[in-house]
Ligand binder design. Structure first.
Ligand code: NAI
Length: 269
């Protein structure tokens, strides 16, 4: 895609799932990638191996580099260090993908305060802190840049039993739009994607069970869950110059999940 070769991208939580696919895809498009992980260094190494394989069909001629950066995005010092280490190593940062995310399940009346804070801390505070650091770098060097927030269909669809997650993704939507408006004139674009049900480790409870998977897919208009690679393709597009005039948008990639699937039949007539 246009405009990605030679850019530097930091992808948070990219030792697995959607983040891993994003880092690999951006490397394939010619970006240098900083692969953030919290504790799964083996997963991060696997991301690096896949990224280099895709990017460097001819290793001798390959200009793409990948760096592993450990850190917990919910901790301010770590978020600062992630961006700093990326800039120190590559000399620049052009693309930030806020992908790290967690969720917990509980009836809303029983959520422990610590659990609530943890989900908001990683999904929302962590995304903000990384965005803040990236924006400071871009402004200081008068560079254009792109921030992509990995949100969810639950940015707009309520999710009982997952209140903290739904709040975090709803908040992420307004963070996307607010930052986009605030920095549009500086050439910093801020967008999001809203994945639907996607086959990744966060969904181990149903992806590994054929009956449960069929039950999930029954609710999806296109009749199947999405893949990490399908999410990564949209991120590459939004980061590229093909999307040069797009800012402040969340693109839902969900097989039609946000289309009110219950209206497939005329039950309201
Ligand atoms: P995943 O569990 O494979 O990925 C989440 C990643 O975030 C993991 O690598 C994890 O180590 C990392 N992480 C967690 N806490 C962290 C922290 N404090 N600091 C740094 N990294 C941390 O699951 P998946 O599905 O790939 O999730 C990626 C993003 O996609 C999340 O933001 C999630 O909310 C979002 N998403 C996923 C959907 C799905 O169906 N899989 C649907 C909608 C959104």
């Amino acid at each position: 895609m246009k405009g990605l070769t030679g850019k530097t991208a930091l992808v948070t939580g990219s030792s697995s799932g959607i983040g891993q696919a994003i880092a690999v895809r951006l490397a394939e498009e010619g970006c240098n990638v900083a692969i953030n992980y919290r504790s799964d260094s083996d997963g991060a190494e696997d991301t690096r191996r896949q990224a280099m394989e895709k990017a460097c069909k001819d290793v001798e001629a390959c200009g793409v580099k990948a760096l592993l950066v450990q850190g917990d995005v919910s901790k301010e010092a770590d978020a600062i260090a992630l961006v700093q280490q990326t800039v120190d190593y590559f000399g620049q940062l052009d693309i930030l993908v806020n992908n790290a995310g967690v969720q917990t399940e509980s009836p809303s009346e029983a959520i422990e305060a610590d659990s609530f804070d943890w989900v908001l801390g990683v999904n929302l505070r962590g995304s903000y802190l990384c965005a803040r650091e990236a924006i400071q770098h871009l402004l200081a060097h008068s560079r254009p840049g792109s921030i992509i927030n990995i949100s969810s269909v639950h940015e707009i669809i309520p999710r009982p039993q997952y209140l903290s997650y739904a709040i975090s993704k709803g908040g992420m939507g307004n963070m996307t739009r607010t930052l986009a408006l605030e920095y549009a004139a500086k050439g910093i674009r801020v967008n999001g994607i809203g994945p639907g049900a996607t086959i990744t480790p966060i969904n181990d409870d149903w992806t590994d069970n054929l009956d449960k998977k069929a039950e999930v897919e029954r609710h999806i208009p296109m009749g199947r869950a999405g893949t990490s690679e399908e999410m990564a393709a949209a991120v590459a597009f939004l980061a590229s110059d093909e999307a040069a005039y797009i800012t402040g948008q969340t693109l839902y990639i969900d097989g039609g999940l946000t289309l009110y699937a219950d209206f497939r039949e005329a039950w309201s007539a």
